[in-house]
Design a protein. Structure first.
Length: 300
C-alpha cells in the first residue's frame, strides 16, 4: 500500500509539473484552454488518489495497533526516505505553480479577448484591405508619442468568402491623413461575416508589454524564487522528510488551499474576465502555493 502512495505522489508531481509548464509557455492559446484544463484535472485526480491511498495506509496502521499485534511481532514504522531531491522538486514546483497562475493574467481580456478568440477559432486573421473612401474629416489623435496620427471613418470592401461586402469602419487610426487606396490592416474571419471587422493596431502596446515585459519578469522571478525555496527546504530536509508522512490536519488544509487556487484560475482558462478581475484572480491563485507551504511548515 505504501508503494501506491509513493506512485500516486510522484504521478501527481509529474502531472503538476506538466500543468505548470503548459501554463508558463506562451502558446498563444486563447480560452478555452482545454490542454491546461485537462492537465489541471489530471493533477487534481492524482492528488485525490494520493490522499485516499494515504488515508487507507493510516487506517490500516491504526487498526493493527488497536489489535495489539505490535506486541507479538513489532516492526517499527519505516522512516521516510531521504528528501534531498524532493526538497528541490517542491521548491521549484511551488514557485512555478505561482508563476503559471500569474501568466494566465497576461493576454487579451474582456470583450475584445472574447471576440478575438471567436475570430481565431473561425480561421480568421489579419488582412490588408484598401480604403475605398473617407467619410467626413479626419480628426487628429492626441498622442504624445506620435503627433501625426488621425482618427477617421472609412469605407472598405471586405473580401469575405461569400463575396465582397461594403463595411464602414469608425475610429480607424492611421499615421498621416488617410486617402483612397491606402491599405489598412484589418482583422476578420472570411467565413464568418457576422463576427464583424476591426482594425489590427500596427503597434499593440498591450501585447508587447505582456509578451516581452511581463512574462520574462514572471519567468525570471520564478527561477530565483524556486532556487531560494529549494535551498531553504534542502536545509530543513528533516522537516520535509516528516511532511512526507500523511497527516490529515497538515495535508488536507494545504490541499484545500491549492484547490482554491485551482478554482480561482479556471475562469481565466475558460473565459475572458475584465483586466482588473483577471489579475485579481491570478494574483490570489498565485498566493495559494505559498500559503500551503507556510501551513505545512508551521504544523510540521
Amino acid at each position: 500500500m505504501r508503494t501506491v502512495t509513493r506512485l500516486t505522489a510522484w504521478a501527481t508531481l509529474l502531472a503538476g509539473y506538466a500543468t505548470m509548464i503548459a501554463g508558463m509557455i506562451p502558446f498563444r492559446e486563447l480560452p478555452p484552454k482545454r490542454q491546461q484544463l485537462w492537465l489541471l484535472g489530471a493533477t487534481a485526480a492524482g492528488a485525490l488518489c494520493w490522499v485516499l491511498a494515504s488515508l487507507a495506509v493510516r487506517a490500516r496502521r491504526r487498526a493493527v495497533l488497536r489489535r495489539k499485534q505490535w506486541r507479538r511481532r513489532y516492526r517499527p514504522w519505516p522512516a521516510p526516505r531521504s528528501s534531498r531531491l524532493l526538497s528541490w522538486v517542491l521548491g521549484f514546483g511551488i514557485a512555478f505553480t505561482s508563476a503559471a497562475a500569474l501568466c494566465q493574467g497576461v493576454g487579451p481580456d474582456g470583450a475584445y479577448g472574447a471576440w478575438l478568440a471567436k475570430v481565431e477559432r473561425a480561421g480568421g486573421g489579419v488582412y490588408e484591405v484598401p480604403v475605398r473612401s473617407v467619410v467626413g474629416t479626419p480628426r487628429p489623435v492626441d498622442n504624445e508619442a506620435n503627433d501625426n496620427e488621425y482618427s477617421s471613418t472609412v469605407v472598405t470592401d471586405i473580401p469575405f468568402s461569400a463575396g465582397k461586402k461594403e463595411i464602414t469602419l469608425h475610429d480607424v487610426v492611421t499615421r498621416g491623413l488617410p486617402d483612397e487606396g491606402r491599405t489598412l490592416q484589418l482583422r476578420f474571419a472570411p467565413d464568418r461575416p457576422g463576427l464583424g471587422v476591426r482594425q489590427a493596431p500596427e503597434t499593440d502596446i498591450g501585447f508587447i508589454a505582456g509578451r516581452y515585459v511581463a512574462l520574462p519578469v514572471i519567468w525570471t522571478s520564478a527561477v530565483i524564487a524556486g532556487f531560494l525555496t529549494g535551498l531553504a527546504l534542502r536545509r530543513n530536509e528533516r522537516r520535509v522528510r516528516r511532511a512526507r508522512r500523511f497527516e490529515p490536519w497538515v495535508h488536507l488544509p494545504a490541499a484545500a488551499l491549492l484547490l482554491c487556487g485551482a478554482v480561482m484560475i479556471v475562469p481565466l482558462l475558460t473565459a475572458f474576465p475584465t483586466t482588473a478581475t483577471g489579475w485579481s484572480l491570478a494574483v490570489a491563485s498565485a498566493a495559494t502555493p505559498w500559503l500551503a507551504l507556510a501551513w505545512v511548515t508551521r504544523t510540521r
